[in-house]
Design a protein around this ligand. Structure first.
Ligand SMILES: Nc1nc2c(c(=O)[nH]1)N[C@H]1C(S)=C(S)[C@@H](COP(=O)(O)OP(=O)(O)OC[C@H]3O[C@@H](n4cnc5c(=O)[nH]c(N)nc54)[C@H](O)[C@@H]3O)O[C@H]1N2
Ligand SMILES: Nc1nc2c(c(=O)[nH]1)N[C@H]1C(S)=C(S)[C@@H](COP(=O)(O)OP(=O)(O)OC[C@H]3O[C@@H](n4cnc5c(=O)[nH]c(N)nc54)[C@H](O)[C@@H]3O)O[C@H]1N2
Ligand code: SF4
Ligand SMILES: [Mo]
Length: 674
């Protein structure tokens, strides 16, 4: 067996549209190199730059990884810990949680989680534990995409069924609205968009690389999307491209938007959005002629009126009948449900008590600061100190000596540094799992390639052991990985076993590309697409979408956009030195006019200030950024800044009009000399 080399196929489990196939070269049980899998239908042998570095960097470096359970010995946040074994850590944690259950309400135990890994078992099985416990869940989508989900579900009955990306072959137009595939879906950018024969139109305030390869780039003002969509509908109406028979048969309440469409003349729309009339017209006519796909980005709904924006954007596909036929449809994402998966089974929804509670990330800092509300915090798959709003207040709350805090992660993150107990999680190379990519209707295997480093354990095993320490008896809490994986796979149309899936890496589940809403049945109360919503109206929102544009920032202020960086995956990889050196100093990208007006210069330090905090960064002049906008990528680790901060220090907790979700791209800051 000496010096035996094997190649193992697996899948990248990051929160990324691409879900790349991976080939790992293993020698004597040790990972030699993590590469792309040439057989993968999206990435064809590529890995993005960040994963190529991190998977061959921090992920494999014992000194960078958490290797054993740790107990705090210094003050909160000091980073001083002592190693304790799993038994001690889990006994102590269970003891404390049981004491809270006995003396207080289990709802005072909060847990936050998100997409550190999107593999099914490590990503969702732990919810069985928290449902059983009756803890308060900090609703993960509220820091990302909840507004979009809520309004699409309201309008169409689901937000989790999008176009099948393979429909691009049948489309004449692809409209990418408020997404940046060149960063957030790099292989979809290079292989799907760039190689497609469709006319590509991008709507985004930033001239990112996908905008640069598009036929048309509508560089609108942030927060003016609903006005632009109505302006396009105005053009379509004048051109007779509104599909009246589709509307008559399948849509409820379209009348309510006719007036705003009428009013949204080209001149008015251009004035509100900053987009030239000719571009609005050309984009509208291309889209309306169809067949057209609409990619609804997640960035665009992270706006103060993000709910209304999404309703207005979806209206484009509805009004033109660009649904339920080849080459047509919109996509926010394709949930595992499109492949038959029952998420309730996976998360143990039936274990949740009737009075189970949940809050928004927007309220997290306020709640954590209040001892009467929160006694304990459990954070897993999530790095709140870097990713959540209201960063300074959140950090002060994490300093509460009486807030019993447990964090499980692969690395000693800024959040973990505030924990009482830190539990080491195994990485995706160290256990088997199954992945349902959120863009493609496929299924992929994550394969155990090597032993976990140190005594790290996969999330699911940590929570099985904690369940035992708590004295819970429900069998669902102890189901083994293989059983969960097999049951999930059985729910799909995949004909083989998990071994068969591992052999191919990724499998398509439908012989022909799916057609979105092919049966034209919508799970709304009326069974139609509901442009007018009685539910939203009853909750105090506008009954129908309306043309709206935010006012541009006034005075010395700029709108801070903080989307995905090319080199970071949310905050993941912010601790990889090679990646940090690629990025260089964290920067704010500004239009030359904004720099010169304030007497700043390229390379100088400048400060962004809001009511919640200040952030000093290096100024970089960029033609890609319009006047009035500062582009500051998300994901830097706060501890690497002089004063524990990244861009989220500037966000006082802006929320969307609908769904209490993050409106982080709506933050406005004073731009000052440092
Ligand atoms: N490299 C990398 N990839 C990632 C991630 C990452 O951090 N790094 N994160 C992953 C996650 S969790 C998610 S949710 C997705 C998100 O990926 P995307 O859906 O691409 O979302 P964002 O990166 O937030 O922003 C996308 C674009 O929205 C634009 N935008 C902001 N405000 C407005 C507006 O008012 N109108 C319009 N039209 N556009 C606007 C921004 O300029 C930006 O170019 O990416 C995933 N992929
Ligand atoms: N300013 C600004 N802020 C944003 C955004 C923005 O656009 N602008 N985007 C928001 C969005 S879209 C999102 S989704 C959130 C994401 O925010 P987070 O959920 O905090 O995402 P990550 O920063 O990647 O953190 C995930 C953590 O999970 C860990 N992890 C990875 N795999 C495992 C595992 O198997 N087990 C365990 N226990 N841990 C694991 C990683 O090491 C990492 O520390 O950030 C939001 N924050
Ligand atoms: S993060 Fe995305 S692009 Fe990078 S390797 Fe993973 S799936 Fe591929
Ligand atoms: Mo996200």
């Amino acid at each position: 067996m000496a010096n035996e080399k094997t190649i193992v196929r697996t899948t990248c489990p990051r929160d990324c549209y691409d879900a790349c196939g991976i080939s790992v070269i293993v020698r004597d049980g040790t990972v030699q190199k993590v590469l792309g899998d040439r057989t993968h239908h999206v990435s064809a042998g590529g890995l993005c730059g960040k994963c190529a570095l991190a998977y061959n960097g921090v992920y494999l470096t014992p000194e960078k990884r958490l290797l054993e359970p740790l107990r705090r010995v210094g003050r909160k946040g000091s980073g001083e810990f002592e190693p304790v074994g799993w038994e001690t850590a889990l006994r102590d944690i269970a003891g404390r949680l049981n004491e809270i259950r006995a003396t207080r309400d289990a709802r005072s135990i909060y847990h936050t989680h998100y997409t550190g890994t999107v593999s099914m078992v490590a990503g969702w099985f732990p919810l069985r534990f928290f449902n059983k416990l009756g803890a308060t869940e900090v609703d993960p989508d509220t820091v990302c995409n909840k507004a979009g989900h809520v309004v699409l579900a309201d309008m169409f009955g689901t937000s989790l069924t999008g176009f099948d990306p393979e429909q691009l072959a049948n489309a004449n137009t692809l409209l990418v609205w408020g997404a940046n595939p060149s960063h957030s879906a790099p292989h979809m950018h290079t292989r799907w968009i760039r190689k497609s024969g469709a006319k590509v139109i991008v709507v985004d305030p930033i001239a990112h690389d996908t905008a640069k390869i598009a036929s048309l780039h509508l560089q609108l003002r942030p927060g003016s999307d609903a006005a632009l969509a109505f302006g396009m509908l105005h053009v379509l109406k004048s051109a007779g491209l509104i599909d009246r028979s589709f509307i008559a048969e399948h849509v409820k309440g379209f009348d309510a938007v006719e007036h705003d469409i009428e009013q949204a003349t080209l001149a008015r729309t251009a004035a509100l959005t900053g987009v030239p009339e000719s571009l609005i017209e050309e984009a509208a006519l291309a889209f309306g002629s169809g067949p057209s796909l609409l990619w609804l980005g997640q960035g665009v709904q992270r706006q103060p009126t993000g709910g209304n924006v999404f309703r207005a954007l979806a209206l484009l596909s509805v009004a033109t009948g660009q649904i339920a036929k080849p080459g047509a449809g919109f996509c926010y994402m394709n949930g595992p449900e499109t492949r038959g998966v029952d998420m309730n089974f996976l998360m143990g929804a039936e274990l949740r008590p009737d009075n189970g509670s949940s809050i928004s990330h927007i309220d997290l800092a306020d709640h954590l600061a209040d001892p009467a509300r929160v006694s304990a915090l459990f954070t897993w798959n999530n790095n709140i100190a870097a990713s959540s709003p209201n960063q300074s207040k959140l950090r002060r709350a994490l300093e509460r000596e009486d807030l019993f805090t447990v964090v499980t992660d692969i690395f000693m993150t800024d959040t973990a540094a505030y924990a009482d107990y830190v539990l080491p999680a195994a990485s995706f190379l160290e256990f088997d799992d199954i992945i349902f990519p959120y863009f493609h209707n496929t299924v992929s295997a994550q394969a155990r390639v090597t032993e976990p480093l140190g005594s790290a354990l996969p999330n699911q095993e940590i929570f099985r052991r904690l369940s035992a320490a708590m004295g819970f008896r429900d069998p669902e809490l102890y189901e083994n990985d293989r059983s969960v994986i097999d049951r999930l796979l059985c729910q799909t149309s995949f004909p083989g076993s998990f071994e068969d899936l591992k052999h191919v890496g990724t499998a398509r589940l439908f012989e022909t590309p799916k057609i979105q809403f092919e049966d034209l049945r919508f799970s709304t109360p009326s069974g139609r697409i509901e442009v007018t919503s009685e539910r939203l109206a009853a909750a105090g929102h506008a009954a129908a979408p309306y043309a709206h544009a935010d006012s541009p920032p006034s005075g010395n202020r700029v709108r801070v956009l903080s989307p995905a960086s090319e080199w970071l995956m949310n905050s993941s990889y912010g601790n990889d030195e090679r990646i940090r050196s690629r990025i260089g100093e964290p920067k704010m990208f500004l239009n030359r006019a904004d720099v010169e007006e304030r007497g700043l210069s390229d390379g100088c330090a400048a400060t962004l200030a809001t009511t919640s905090g200040r952030l000093t960064l290096t100024v970089a002049i960029s033609d890609d950024v319009p006047k009035g906008v500062a582009l500051v990528h998300k994901g830097h680790w706060p501890r690497h800044a002089g004063e524990f901060a990244n861009v989220n220090v500037l966000n006082p907790g802006l929320r969307t009009d609908i769904a209490d979700s993050t409106a982080v791209h709506g933050v406005e800051a004073e731009l000052q000399r440092a």
